[in-house]
Design a protein around this ligand. Sequence first.
Ligand SMILES: C[S@@+](CC[C@H](N)C(=O)[O-])C[C@H]1O[C@@H](n2cnc3c(N)ncnc32)[C@H](O)[C@@H]1O
Length: 202
Amino acid sequence: MPDRYFNNGWFGRHPSAYEIASVFIAPLRRYAARIAGRSPGRIIDIATGTGANALKLAQLGHSVVGIDLDQEMLAKAHKKRRSHLDLDFMHGDGTALPFNDDTFDAATISFAMHDVPPEIGVGILREARRVVRPKGRIHIIDYNDLGSGFGARLLYRVARFYETPNYFGFVRGGVARYLEAAGLTVDRKRHFLGAVQFLSAV
Ligand SMILES: C[S@@+](CC[C@H](N)C(=O)[O-])C[C@H]1O[C@@H](n2cnc3c(N)ncnc32)[C@H](O)[C@@H]1O
């Protein structure tokens, strides 16, 4: 297994730069949180990174736990905790979540699927499905499939310089095969300028 296989893109190696870059996609996170927030209650943010997505959900009043393998990213996430928010972070593997079946009302996975090898991505989705109650939704926010149009191709021209090798297979092959392998069905898909997709699956 390569060193830090789970987070070996440029931003993964520079968590402080990731925090700064994250500021620019804050509107996307707000939008994503509003979508996921339609499944109220307890939400798990898998591969939470520096916790920006988890924070937005907690600010909408949800009970949120963020989980990630990378301690450096988590150190930044912990700083986002506030006494008035129901927000917690923990170290753990998204492919082996330390929770019982049906613990959560929904799961979110933002900008993480493209980072990991397909078998890890499918493993994360299977675990999300296990820990989310029946009919609860799994929300995926990530790069849109390259075949989806101009916006995706334009973002690709930039992202190819800093993303992990896994990114190329993800955007070329499309996210549908990950979902299918995990037994999930997309019941709603939206996108931002064709470049980023917001999927809700059950
Ligand atoms: C690009 S970051 C995205 C972080 C965050 N979700 C966001 O929207 O900014 C991808 C994250 O996935 C995490 N990750 C990769 N594989 C993982 C796994 N198997 N379990 C938990 N976290 C994982 C990495 O450590 C990294 O923090």
